[in-house]
Design a protein around this ligand. Structure first.
Ligand code: COA
Length: 373
C-alpha cells in the first residue's frame, strides 16, 4: 500500500534544514530558527543555505553587493510584467516571469551541472523576485514600478519598491524576520517539486517554476491569503466562536492550522505571533491580532490543531501595508532561497526521482475496435 500523500516517506538526504515535528523545532544547517529570527538577517540566511556556513563580514558584504547589483529586471521581463499584470493573478505572474527570466539570463542556457552558474542564477532570482512582485502591485494601482535602491537590504528594498517610501528600520526588520522564517522547510511540497524537476537535469529556472506553481495552492503557500480573508469575514473577536464552529461543522478546513510534520506549534508561528502582536500595537491596529488569538483558542479547543507559519504571517504582512493578494508571493520571495539551495544540492549528488505506483485499474484486457464499441 502506498502512503497517501507520501507521509513519513524519506525522499532525499539534505544538509540544508531539519525539523523535529514532535518538539516543534526547525533548524537551518544546525541553527535553531528562533535564534536565526532573533539575531540574523535574510542575507545571512541566503548565504547559510547555499554555503552551509554563516558568512564572515566580508562574505556578507560581497553577497549584499551581488544582490543589489542583480535586482533590476531585464527589459524583456519588464514588458512581460506589464502584460501579465493585466491578465494574471500575482502567483501566475511570478511563475511566468521566473520561467521567462531564463531566456534573458546571461547563463540561462548553461547546463545544470555548472554549479557556479547555478549559484549566480540563484542570486539573480533571489534579488529579482521583490522587483517583480512590487512592480505588479504598483502597475495594478496605476503607478510606475520603482527602481530598486542598492543601498537597502532585501527586506527594506522590497518595502521601498512596493510603497515608494524607504521603510522605518522597525518595519524593515519585521519583514526581514519574516523572510528568515520562510526561507526553507525541509521536503515541503514546493521544495520536493523543485528537486524532482532538478533531478531530471532540467535547468534551475525550470525547477523554480515548478516550485512556484506548487507553492500557489491553498494547502501550501496560498493559505496565508485565505487566512486574511477569514479574518476580514469574521471581523471581531466576539464573532470568532460561531464562525469557526460553523466552518468546522461544514467540514471546512481552517486556513493557517494543521501541519503534516508538526504535532505541536510550528516554531515559526511562535515567532510570528510576537511580531503580529508588536506590529499591531505599534500601528494602533490590534484588531487582527485579537481575532487571530481568539481563533487560535477555538481551533485548539475544538480540533486540537495548532497554527502554522501562514496564520500569523497574514496579520504581519497586513501590518506592513502589503495587500493580501501578494501574501503568497512574499512567501515565494523568501523560499526561493531554500528552493535554489535544494536544487543545487540535488544537482550535486543527483539521481532521477522516479517512484512507483500501485495500479488499481482494470486487469489486462483486449482492445475492442472502435466500430464495435
Ligand atoms: N482545519 C480543520 N481540520 C483540519 C485542518 C485544518 N486546518 N488540518 C487538518 N485537519 C484535519 C483533517 O480534516 C483531518 O481530519 P479527519 O482525519 O477527521 O478527516 C485531519 O486533520 C488530518 O488532516 P489532513 O488534511 O489529512 O492532514 P495533512 O497532513 O494531509 O495536511 C495540511 C496538512 C497543512 C495540508 C492541512 O493541515 C491543511 O489543509 N491546513 C490548512 C491549510 C494550511 O494552512 N496550509 C499551510 C500549511 S504550512
Amino acid at each position: 500500500m502506498p502512503t497517501k500523500g507520501l507521509e513519513d516517506v524519506v525522499a532525499a538526504e539534505t544538509a540544508i534544514s531539519d525539523i523535529d515535528g514532535r518538539e516543534g523545532k526547525l533548524w537551518y544547517v544546525g541553527y535553531d530558527i528562533k535564534e536565526l529570527a532573533a539575531s540574523s538577517t535574510f542575507e545571512e540566511v541566503i548565504y547559510l543555505l547555499h554555503n552551509l556556513e554563516m558568512p564572515t563580514a566580508a562574505q556578507l558584504d560581497d553577497l549584499n553587493a551581488q544582490l543589489a547589483k542583480e535586482r533590476e529586471l531585464h527589459e524583456f521581463t519588464k514588458d512581460l510584467l506589464e502584460t501579465m499584470t493585466a491578465v494574471a493573478s500575482p502567483m501566475s505572474m511570478l511563475r511566468t516571469l521566473v520561467s521567462a527570466e531564463s531566456a534573458h539570463d546571461p547563463e540561462g542556457w548553461e547546463t545544470p551541472e555548472n554549479d557556479e552558474a547555478n549559484l549566480r542564477k540563484s542570486i539573480r532570482l533571489i534579488a529579482r523576485l521583490p522587483q517583480m512582485i512590487a512592480g505588479y502591485c504598483r502597475l495594478k494601482q496605476g503607478k510606475a514600478p520603482m527602481d530598486p535602491n542598492p543601498g537597502l537590504s532585501q527586506a527594506a528594498n522590497f518595502l521601498y519598491v512596493l510603497t515608494g517610501e524607504v521603510p522605518s528600520e522597525d518595519d524593515a526588520r519585521v519583514l526581514d524576520q519574516c523572510l528568515v522564517l520562510h526561507a526553507d522547510h525541509t521536503m515541503n511540497a514546493s521544495t520536493f517539486a523543485a528537486r524532482v524537476t532538478a533531478a531530471t537535469l532540467s535547468d534551475i529556472h525550470s525547477a523554480m517554476t515548478s516550485a512556484i506553481a506548487t507553492l500557489k495552492g491553498p494547502l501550501h503557500g496560498g493559505a496565508n491569503e485565505r487566512v486574511f480573508e477569514m479574518l476580514i469575514e469574521i471581523d471581531s473577536p466576539e464573532a470568532v466562536e460561531d464562525n469557526i464552529k460553523a466552518r468546522l461543522a461544514n467540514k471546512k478546513k481552517i486556513m493557517g492550522f494543521g501541519h503534516r510534520v508538526y504535532k505541536t506549534e510550528d516554531p515559526r508561528a511562535t515567532v510570528l505571533r510576537e511580531l503580529a502582536r508588536d506590529l499591531g500595537t505599534r500601528k494602533g491596529e490590534s484588531k487582527w491580532f485579537d481575532i487571530s488569538e481568539r481563533i487560535y483558542e477555538v481551533v485548539r479547543d475544538e480540533k486540537g490543531l495548532y497554527p502554522n507559519v501562514d496564520f500569523y504571517a497574514a496579520s504581519v504582512y497586513h501590518g506592513l501595508g502589503i495587500p493580501k493578494e501578494l501574501f503568497t508571493t512574499v512567501f515565494a520571495a523568501s523560499r526561493i532561497a531554500g528552493w535554489t539551495a535544494h536544487a543545487r544540492e540535488q544537482y550535486s549528488n543527483n539521481r532521477l526521482i522516479r517512484p512507483e505506483s500501485d495500479y488499481i485499474g482494470p486487469a489486462p484486457r483486449s482492445l475492442v475496435p472502435l466500430v464495435n464499441r
